[in-house]
Design a protein around this ligand. Structure first.
Ligand code: GZL
Length: 325
């Protein structure tokens, strides 16, 4: 597994938690005295995209028994109610720590308070929540706003002095990834001549990306010349719609996406996409490290951000042969 570097951000000195050993209550850490594996409950968003598949693989490999863990995995099928039920079940089981990728930003306060009352550390992986940071131990993820800004900067630079009629395939409504990418993108195009014709969620999936793009093409036709897809999968779904409309992706409609999966970089290498911003899904090693520190009562920082790159066609051709996901 290719180790990727992480930046550490302790949001505020006081926010960096020095955890007391979780030896009391339901969340007693069975792994802290070397008496057995660390029991982990992991609630994953779902299996909606190539990014998610890579992220799940990374977490499962890192939280494996040969690394000192006993993992209970739950796929929420992109439903918050399934995640809340899973977390409550983990609390009842008395796990030593909970890891979850929150499908949306809001609505977590009650269940996070229940985990805190049970003295079970909660580590967010991937997306963030709007709950008070005291309700979770740490987050390991990517800087979505920076990703959106990088994508927006590419559009602003490449269409400077030219007309850019842009449509946006947004990620899952209410998710931190969609919210923050939108914020960063809009900040980057502010004050430019880039015209946003429409913006609609494709829920991070290929099928919905295709359907929404079909709607955009019916409504705006050939006036569209730029697509910003907030993940590769929606962009890949949009390719089918663009070709079915008799247009050439990468030329008639230039496409910028976020994730940097093999399929996305392949579309970039063959000229169907024009620019891809990475969102590193290989978070498992850092999550495992943070969990071990937390259950051992060591100081844990509030936020660990993965380093992301961005790819043009030449960089994609170079990266593909050794791309780990
Ligand atoms: C980003 C992650 C997003 C990806 C999508 O960290 O939450 O969810 O960009 C995935 O591919 O579905």
């Amino acid at each position: 597994m290719k180790r990727r570097h992480f930046g550490v951000i302790a949001l505020a000195a006081g926010a960096a938690l020095a955890l007391s050993a979780c030896s009391s209550g339901a969340g007693g850490a069975s792994g802290d005295s070397g008496s057995g594996p660390i029991k982990i409950g992991f609630s994953q968003v779902g299996a909606e995209s190539g990014w998610r598949t890579a992220n799940t693989k990374s977490l499962k490999e890192a939280l494996a028994s040969d690394n000192g863990f006993k993992l209970t995995f739950s796929d929420a099928q992109q439903k918050q109610e399934n995640q809340i039920s899973a977390i409550r079940s983990f609390i009842t089981q008395g796990v030593d720590a909970i890891v979850f990728a929150p499908v949306v930003e809001t609505g977590w306060d009650d269940v996070l308070k229940e985990a805190k009352d049970a003295e079970i550390p909660v580590i967010l992986e991937d997306r963030s929540v709007d709950s008070d940071p005291s309700l979770y131990t740490s987050r390991v993820g990517d800087d979505f706003e920076k990703e959106g800004e990088t994508a927006g900067k590419w559009v602003a630079d490449n269409f400077a002095g030219k007309s850019a009629n842009l449509v946006v395939l947004e990620g899952t409504t209410g998710s931190a990834a969609a919210n923050d990418r939108t914020t960063g993108f809009n900040q980057a195009i502010k004050g430019t001549d880039v015209k946003v014709l429409d913006s609609q969620t494709g829920n991070f999936t290929r099928s919905e990306g295709k359907t929404v793009m079909e709607g955009f093409l019916q409504k705006y036709g050939k006036s569209i010349n730029v697509l910003f897809a907030q993940n590769d999968d929606m962009g890949l779904g949009a390719l089918d719609a663009i070709k079915a409309a008799g247009l050439t992706p990468g030329k008639d409609i230039q496409i910028v996406t976020i994730d940097g999966t093999k399929d996305g970089l392949t579309a970039l290498a063959d000229g169907q996409f024009n620019y891809v911003v990475e969102c590193n899904p290989l978070l498992g090693d850092k999550v495992a490290e943070v969990v071990k520190a937390a259950v051992a009562g060591k100081k844990v920082d509030k936020l660990y951000l993965a380093k992301d790159e961005a790819f043009d066609q030449a960089a994609a051709e170079k990266a593909l042969p050794t791309r780990p996901y």
